[in-house]
Design a protein around this ligand. Structure first.
Ligand SMILES: *Cc1c(COP(=O)(O)O)cnc(C)c1O
Length: 405
């Protein structure tokens, strides 16, 4: 809130006549119902195989440097209008968030630790000089919007819908400058029923090996570097990875495992943070290891934080939870010594997904995917799912009040 006090002082100094830019204020929200609501596609509709079916409305809030945040509006879903000179189209002044709303088995709709998305949204915005906002107000807007759509769009217990808050620089000038106008918007989108079956469950069900197959990045392609923007959820981190991603897909891999430096440090895989489980040198113990957030190359996932919290809180007696750097050479060695027990990726989109294979240069590491009872990924995944779908009452599951237009 440093911004707010700086502005207050500024206007006092200039004689107090200047209007202060308005703060983001959820109480000013207006709602225009969609007169032509869409038909809900059936659950097995081919249309739902890619994320493109949005709900009936969108929420937008305009910002200008002069007047601050406008009154937020929920309106029928439709295109945005931007000038061809808009900052975002030339200088990638865009950041976003990704979270889900879950329909619990008790019928209630919940968000999962949304205050973390709220805080991260602010951090990302700051990194690309988009405006700050009062985080509590953003969360109120998010809940109001979700609660308006879920009655129709998220009716079935055990399902979720994806939420994409976005902030873009809209100032219509080609000046290479911090944008003086911006637009925040939120949309809801049906996510393909890629509630990826847990590999451990599939194995137990007699299926052959299943799990994320990762192709390690080449030295000439780097996702993020110290001093860069890897820690921020900005669009500019993604577009440039699509070349490597589509090549990996063509060769039968699911994601690129992004490495950094000559040491080949493991960073992240696509939109997921990475975890590895080692057999500890201490007999009978395991180590759960994930790369640390120290140099700004890794996005701080809400799922990552939750896996760490659950692991430390509930499994501390079985394994050591360690944030430290991890190299590919260490993985290879651990695999050769039979100490690599498991690896998995975590993120909102793919949740907690076991990894079955990592291809690195000439090495193919076949990562064990343990069966149900031994799988750290599966155990933690179950704990988190119980919170998301309201099987247990937990402060991380934030209920949403539902209204209809
Ligand atoms: C969004 C994202 C993640 C996962 O974060 P969650 O908050 O767990 O969804 C991981 N890595 C990158 C690069 C991301 O953009």
């Amino acid at each position: 809130m440093g911004l707010r006090s700086a502005k207050t002082i500024g206007s006092v100094e200039s004689g107090g006549t200047q209007r202060q830019p308005a703060e983001l204020d959820a109480s000013r929200l207006t709602i225009t119902p969609n007169p032509n609501p869409k038909k809900l596609p059936p659950h097995d509709s081919p249309e739902l195989q890619t994320p493109k079916v949005t709900t009936d409305h969108r929420l937008t809030v305009r910002w200008t440097e002069e007047s601050g945040w406008d009154a937020p509006k929920i309106e029928p879903y439709g295109p945005l209008s931007l000038m061809p000179t808009a900052s975002v189209l030339h200088y990638a002044t865009e950041c976003y968030e990704g979270l889900k709303a879950y329909r619990g088995y008790d019928g209630r709709v919940r968000l999962f630790r949304p205050e973390r998305n709220d805080q991260r949204f602010l951090r990302s915005a700051a990194r690309i000089s988009l405006p700050a906002f009062s985080p509590g107000e953003f969360l109120k807007l998010l809940k109001a919007f979700v609660g308006l759509e879920t009655g129709k769009w998220l009716a079935a217990p055990g399902r979720f819908i994806y939420i994409r808050p976005t902030l873009i620089g809209t100032a219509p000038t080609l000046g290479v400058n911090r944008p003086q106008e911006a637009l925040m918007y939120i949309l809801l989108i049906m996510w393909p029923p890629l509630h990826v079956p847990n590999p451990a469950d599939q194995l137990s069900a007699g299926k052959s090996t299943y799990g994320m197959k990762l192709l390690a990045s080449q030295q000439d392609m780097i996702r993020a570097w110290p001093g860069g923007i890897g820690y921020a959820k900005v669009g500019a981190n993604y577009g440039p990875t699509f070349v490597a991603h589509s090549e990996a897909r063509k060769s039968g891999y699911d994601q690129v495992l992004w490495l950094f430096g000559e040491e080949c440090f493991v960073t992240e895989a696509g939109g997921t943070n990475m975890f590895v489980v080692f057999k500890s040198k201490q007999p009978g113990r395991k180590e759960l290891v994930t790369p640390p957030l120290i140099d700004g190359t890794i996005l701080e996932g809400v799922t990552r934080a939750s896996v760490l919290d659950v692991a430390k809180g509930e499994y501390g007696h079985v394994y050591d939870v360690i944030e430290r750097k991890l190299t590919m050479f260490e993985l290879i060695e651990a695999h050769q010594d039979g100490r690599l027990l498991e690896a998995f990726g975590t993120g909102t989109a793919y949740f907690v997904t076991s990894c079955s294979e990592i291809q690195f240069r000439e090495h193919k590491i076949m990562v064990p995917v343990p069966n149900t009872s031994d799988s750290v990924a599966r155990e933690i995944r179950q704990k988190l799912e119980d919170i998301m779908y309201g099987n247990v009452n937990h402060a991380w599951g934030v209920e949403v009040d539902e209204n209809t237009v």
